[in-house]
Design a protein around this ligand. Structure first.
Ligand code: PXL
Length: 279
């Protein structure tokens, strides 16, 4: 397996097991050199805590890009997650255009919403900027809420295959080449991911655990990127990421004191094995 350098652009939530504190260890465990570009620094994430500090790093991004240009530092893939401002999105696109190797993959997790609502601090302006970002992506990993904001589709708690197919068609029209739609559940005991690529849909269904955990979208996108960078195709990467995320939720769900994230670290060995880092 080649040794690859990936850049991930998302926030540092100092506490809370999301974004860079999840992406960096997961990608490293997958044997990938991981460079980071923090979009913002928060004391903790915004999902469930009563408050947080927020230092926006938007204006650092062009300076960092210019310095990387001087050093001729480039990346085999760029994986973006939670971004700090709408303005930042143009800067992120400049980084990708300038620093991603030819033939590299841009993987975009449009992390901005869940359960029918935008995360605190995001607005329509941010959604418009995110639409522009996904139109440049090779692979996008929205959940259903994000898919609705990105396409203007109505958000529904319960739905059928026709609704999901229409959502996927609309998402593919945005310009992203491959769509991985997460959290697609047609029955109460199961959930899964739909992989849409070259006009074909594949559904990977797995057990559903009652009560969600925070940060699982970031665990999922990071494990997906790790598997993909190890040469797996999109469907196998989506499946490995789903199995790993499910294990993390099962390992955490009974510990009510751990409501803010999943205990993904003790299960990294499982992911390393599935991805075949040592094969
Ligand atoms: O997990 C997504 C995420 C990332 N970063 C911050 C967040 C959230 C979700 O709420 O608040 C700061």
């Amino acid at each position: 397996m080649d040794y690859k350098r990936v850049l991930t652009i998302q926030d540092i939530s100092c506490v809370g097991q999301c974004s860079l504190t999840v992406a960096l260890p997961i990608l490293s465990a997958c044997g990938i050199e991981t460079a980071i570009l923090p979009s913002a620094v928060l004391s903790n994430h915004t999902g469930g805590f009563s408050g947080w500090t927020f230092a926006d790093l938007t204006e650092e991004i062009p300076k960092i890009r210019e310095q990387w240009e001087k050093e001729n530092l480039s990346f085999e893939a760029v994986y973006t997650g939670y971004l700090g401002s709408a303005k930042q999105i143009d800067y992120v696109l400049d980084v990708i255009k300038s620093r991603m190797n030819k033939g590299g993959k841009f993987i975009c997790d449009p992390a901005m919403a869940d359960n029918g609502k935008l995360y605190a601090g995001f607005n329509d302006n941010f959604v418009s900027a995110m639409k522009k970002l996904i139109s440049n992506a090779d692979i996008i990993l929205p959940n259903i809420t994000e898919a609705c904001f990105l396409t203007g589709a109505e958000y529904r708690e319960s739905y059928d295959k026709t609704y999901i197919d229409e959502l996927l068609n609309k998402l593919s029209e945005t310009g992203a080449k491959t769509v991985i739609l997460t959290g697609v559940s047609y029955e109460s005991q199961s959930t899964g991911v739909v992989v849409y690529e070259n006009g074909n849909y594949s559904y990977y269904k797995h057990k559903k655990i009652k009560g969600g955990c925070h940060g699982t979208g970031d665990v999922y996108a990071s494990a997906f990127t790790g598997a993909l960078m190890n040469g797996m195709n999109a469907y196998d990467s989506a499946k490995i990421a789903a199995d790993y995320t499910l294990s993390c939720i099962e390992y955490t769900i009974d510990d009510s004191s751990h409501w803010y994230g999943v205990k993904f670290e003790p299960l990294l060995g499982e992911l390393i094995k599935a991805v075949g880092v040592y094969d």
